[in-house]
Design a protein around this ligand. Structure first.
Ligand code: PLP
Length: 459
């Protein structure tokens, strides 16, 4: 296959894309669960001779779409969304065509500079003050790991990088139970250790108690630990919990600790000023991550980390061997020094396309609709005898259950086997609940109201 063939097949792929999306509502949302079905249909070894693209294409159509869970399906209400607006897909096609490496400014000046500008556009769109800069990671997990590694090094006076952790004081991190498992992963991978991630108690609203945070830090200091930083939750994965951001930041700052805020999902909603009260005080954070690849229509992968001062993170993660120098441009921003991997994709292009193609007003209208329709679906479910709303909507996320756990599990299985809508589960305070989030880029009110309709049909 050469580039002339690519021209032909790209057009075919564009037609396939349009038809796939137009037909999504007719497909079941979730793939049938038959482990091994796809793998067993593939030959055990790669071909020695080149194969015609017709054959490869035919196998794709035969084997792949029917075995996919359709994340762009308008009735996908599981997990969190991984939206891909058409403008984002288009930008990714162009990025694919250039297939660049944006590791340093000189390897792709446009990638670096569009990224710098997009971070500032988003900072303003989210209502964050001037002074924050930032970068784009593949995922919130990597951004949180970067923030935690930076906390570790700040606490150790940058000795961990040189000497490793043996002999270092025992570091402590603080987060609530409502934070995502990526925080646990960061504690583990940073060498700080799971046991040194202190889960600070929450109040009735599932928000970290600032007094409990202050008390935990003080008690740790008295016991000879070295507190390193606090990770706050702005829109938890399970049921959408928000910590008291302002008060927890004040408690952390009183102890001289840096704060990272995980707003991976809910950050997108902050383009709407009326939701910003949920993260009031955010301007005091040192680091904030949010995923445009969840709710903003910018397809995976795209996780933006805002940094009050990039210096400590660059000092922690940055290395500049001679083969990565740009002669005479020592001051230039090389984004690999802000992140874990060296190689970087040109992720900012899809942000640029999406923000322009829909405008902030278009994106706000979608998010406002999602939140309103989630509330409407929640009320319709509440009205059904036997259904209990277990956690009220936080933005567009709520949970419900039947009285009996086995019946709730069976209902979820029936809903997902039917395939009209796709929902997932979580455990809230030990109770198995069905989780509903509304956030598909082009879903309609009718799509969302299929949730209570499915429950009514299948309960
Ligand atoms: N933080 C929260 C609140 C999340 O919901 C998720 C994923 O759903 C993550 C972090 C991890 O995101 P990523 O897949 O970008 O690492």
């Amino acid at each position: 296959m050469d580039h002339e063939d690519l021209r032909h097949w790209s057009k075919r792929a564009a037609d396939w894309t349009a038809e796939y999306h137009a037909g999504l509502r007719d497909r079941p949302v979730r793939a049938p669960l038959t482990p091994g079905a796809v793998a067993s249909a593939l030959p055990p070894a790669p071909p020695e001779a080149a194969e015609p693209m017709e054959a490869i294409w035919a196998d794709f159509e035969r084997l792949v779409p029917g075995a996919m869970t359709h994340w762009q399906h308008p009735r996908f209400f599981a997990y969190f969304p991984a939206n891909a607006a058409p403008a984002s897909m288009l930008a990714e096609q162009l990025v694919n065509a250039m297939a660049c490496q944006g590791m340093i400014w000189q390897t792709s000046p446009a990638a670096t500079e569009v990224e710098q500008v997009m971070v500032q556009w988003l900072r303003a769109a989210l209502g964050l003050p001037e002074g924050f800069s930032g970068t784009i990671h593949d995922s919130a997990t990597t951004a949180t790991l970067s923030a935690v590694l930076t906390m570790r090094e700040q606490a150790l006076g940058w000795q961990g990088l040189a000497q490793g952790l043996p002999g270092a004081p025992r570091l402590r991190l603080y987060a609530s139970e409502e934070t995502h498992s990526s925080v646990d992963k960061a504690a583990r991978l940073s060498g700080i250790g799971q046991e040194n991630l202190v889960k600070v108690p929450t109040d009735a609203a599932l928000s970290m108690r600032p007094g409990a945070l202050a008390g935990a830090i003080e008690a740790d200091r008295a016991a000879g630990f070295l507190p390193a930083g606090v990770i706050l939750c702005a829109g938890g994965t399970s049921v959408g919990a928000f910590d008291h951001i302002a008060d927890c930041i004040a408690a952390a700052k009183a102890e001289g600790l840096p704060v990272h805020v995980d707003a991976a999902w809910a950050g997108s909603a902050m383009i709407c000023p009326e939701f910003r009260a949920l993260w009031q005080g955010i301007e005091g954070a040192d680091s904030i991550v949010f995923n445009p690849h969840k709710w903003l229509g910018v397809q995976f992968d795209c996780a933006v980390q805002f940094l009050r001062d990039p210096g400590p993170q660059v000092r922690t993660l940055g290395l500049r061997p001679s083969y990565l120098e740009t002669a005479g441009r020592e001051e230039i921003v090389n984004f690999n020094e802000w992140t874990v991997p060296l190689g970087r994709r040109f992720r900012a292009l899809k942000l640029w396309f999406v923000l322009r193609a829909y405008g902030l007003e278009g994106l706000r209208a979608r998010i406002r609709n999602h939140i309103a329709w989630a509330a409407e679906a929640c009320e319709a479910l509440r009205a059904l005898p036997g259904v209990e709303i277990v956690t009220e909507p936080r933005l567009s996320l709520f949970t419900f259950a039947l009285e009996d756990e086995a019946a709730t599990m069976a209902l979820l299985a029936r809903i997902n086997d039917e395939g009209r809508v796709y929902l997932t589960q979580t455990r809230h305070q030990g109770r198995y609940v069905i989780r509903v989030q509304v956030g598909q880029f082009d879903c309609t009110r009718e799509d969302v109201m299929e949730i209570p309709a499915a429950v009514t049909r299948l309960m």
